[in-house]
Design a binder for this molecule. Structure first.
Ligand code: FAD
Length: 540
């Protein structure tokens, strides 16, 4: 491809997509199908996004593999066979590479290239997109498929540059892997990535010290090989199942939500429902009754049950209490699924440091200074998560109509219409952006929902000679208000979670995803499309 500066008013591409994870790959496929010229720009050296970067030990999906796959192609799903209930990272990445080969995607992707800025020009109606390789491209449509969990966050600890050992972030793990055999290791962070990696790091390390700020709810994943019958059943019905998944709150069908409210059940019924779902593993637990994440009373039954189960896994009662979450309702932070996480703390060489009692003061040349004690280690693993939902979008300096900056516009929190677009930014689309169900759902279902909507929209625009589409200010304001109202009816805003931006110092604390459910949200998307894009301004 030639990189050129185009001042003629004719764009280099009809569409530029940033990111080659599940979202960018499918978006490319759909837009090619419309006959548009498309370029994908990806910072990594290969496709896969999340599964390209997160190669830490134990990384695997927490939505069951049979549902955590594309549902747009019957051929692809029939020809690919998952091996485990929850696929591990290498298998998911192999699948993504298989899809990329099968659809011949790579020829339209620029790898090892990061988009750093994009500026809309009102006169030409084009976006000028700049990369860190010095390239500048002009495009009519600019699509951010940059991922909700792709901006890895390393905390700003004092002294980190003085550390003489090696340190890693789970979200940027070395491709060749890391051998911790015989090493003293510190893991900082006990969210999903920490909980998945700690048991495996403990198998190799001579000494493992886990620094925990927040104890999280975790339940056994119940991972196991898939049976031939399960695989055959899904292959026969995946597309139909996916249709069904799109109508559900979470985009998954491996369990049914119980619509009864907690108070409509006897204590025995509640206990039975919670126990059955806990044993089932996965997110079924959160569907035990309809108001589990809506009221404190209802939530408390499930939270108490979860704590009781968790307590049983830890031999030392004092240690168990430290590992039990007591400061937030269950299900309002991402529920973690584990394999032997709590049991790992029964091992003699594994130690827990509660940084609420003993805050990390700094990283020293030899290790971690916490609560006045220096923990000497050979390696530090930061399992400290991501600047979620907005981090990757705002890492690009995006300027819309009249030079308005997206960073400035979102300074008090993200503002979108439907999570898809933002007023002042014509022809800019976000896939699973803030204000859409995104991280509260099976993300592949949400990704397909958005990609299909955007592709259908671009088909209409291009066939109708419509130059641009842009969310109106009124539609955006009322959608933001609606998202806040729906969130306020739940317990979600009551936890210091990354859904709220609480893990990033200085980040505005607003609830970012739309908690109304994938099904309800999908109906809204359909209505908007059917009404010739009500809430958007179309310019010929
Ligand atoms: C460890 C882990 C486990 C997860 N498990 C699940 C699960 O079980 N179920 C589920 O539904 N979701 C899960 N998720 C969420 C996961 O992110 C999504 O399911 C999905 O993979 C997102 O795909 P995506 O294409 O939207 O984004 P990503 O996969 O994050 O891809 C975005 C890509 O954009 C690139 N990019 C970003 N900014 C730029 C830029 N400026 N220039 C160039 N390239 C850029 C990145 O390099 C990245 O490759 C998990 C996330 C993590 C981190």
């Amino acid at each position: 491809m030639t990189e050129k500066q185009n001042k003629s008013g004719k764009s280099d591409f009809d569409a530029i997509i940033v990111g080659a994870g599940f979202a960018g790959m499918y978006m490319l496929h759909r837009l090619r199908g419309l006959g548009l010229s498309v370029r994908v720009i990806e910072a990594g050296e290969g496709v896969g996004g999340t599964w390209y970067w997160n190669r830490y030990p134990g990384a695997r999906c927490d939505i069951e593999s049979l549902e955590y796959q594309y549902g747009f192609s019957d051929e692809i799903q029939r020809d690919w066979t998952w091996t485990e209930r929850y696929a591990a990272q290498p298998e998911i990445l192999r699948y993504q590479n298989y899809v990329a080969d099968r659809l011949d995607l790579r020829r339209d992707i620029s790898f090892s290239t990061r988009v750093i800025a994009a500026q809309h020009d009102a006169a030409s109606g084009l976006w000028t997109v700049e990369t860190d390789q010095g390239g500048t491209y002009e495009t009519r449509f600019f699509i951010m498929a940059t991922g909700c969990l792709s901006a890895a966050r390393v905390p700003d600890f004092k002294g980190i540059n003085d550390f003489e050992g090696e340190w890693y972030h789970t979200g940027g793990w070395p491709h060749e892997g890391v051998d911790f055999t015989g090493k003293r290791v510190a893991v900082i962070g006990t969210g999903s990535s920490g909980i998945q990696s700690i048991p495996l790091i403990a198998e190799q390390a001579s000494q493992l010290t886990v620094f925990q700020r927040t104890a999280n709810f975790t339940l056994p994943a119940g991972n196991r090989p898939l049976t031939p019958e399960e695989i055959a059943e899904t292959k026969a019905r995946l597309l139909e199942q996916r249709q069904h998944a799109r109508q559900t709150p979470g985009g998954i069908i491996c369990f049914e939500y119980n619509e009864k409210l907690a108070e409509e059940m006897t204590p025995e019924e509640r206990e039975k429902e919670l126990r059955t779902r806990w044993m089932q593993g996965g997110f079924a637990f959160l569907g035990a009754y309809g108001d589990l994440t809506a009221t404190h009373e209802a939530n408390a039954y499930a939270a108490d049950f979860a704590r009781d189960q968790m307590r049983c896994a830890v031999e030392s009662p004092q240690l168990a209490e430290k590992l039990l979450p007591n400061d937030h309702p269950v299900g309002v932070k991402r529920l973690c699924l584990d394999t032997n996480y709590l049991e790992t703390f029964n091992l003699p060489h594994v130690e827990l440091v509660d940084v609420r009692e003993a805050p990390i003061e700094k990283i020293t040349a030899k290790g971690v200074l916490s609560g006045g004690r220096e923990y000497e280690v050979d390696a530090i693993v930061f399992a400290t998560g991501f600047d979620a939902m907005t981090g990757a979008i705002l890492s690009v300096d995006i300027r819309g109509r009249h030079g308005i900056s997206l960073r400035e516009k979102w300074v008090a929190g993200p503002r979108t219409y439907l999570g898809l677009g933002s007023a002042g930014f014509p022809n800019l689309f976000f896939i699973t952006g803030p204000g859409s169900p995104s991280v509260l759902s099976n993300m592949i279902v949400s990704i397909e929902q958005h990609v299909d909507w955007i592709a259908d929209c671009l088909a209409k625009l291009t066939s109708g000679n419509i130059r641009s589409i842009e969310a109106t200010q009124e539609a955006e304001d009322s959608w933001v208000a609606h998202v806040n109202e729906v969130a306020a009816e739940t317990l979600y805003p009551q936890a210091n979670s990354w859904y709220m931006g609480a893990n990033i110092p200085g980040k505005p604390q607003v609830f970012m995803p739309y908690p109304g459910g994938v099904g309800v949200y999908g109906q809204k998307l359909d209505e908007v499309a059917a009404s010739d894009y009500e809430g958007f301004r179309l310019d010929a």
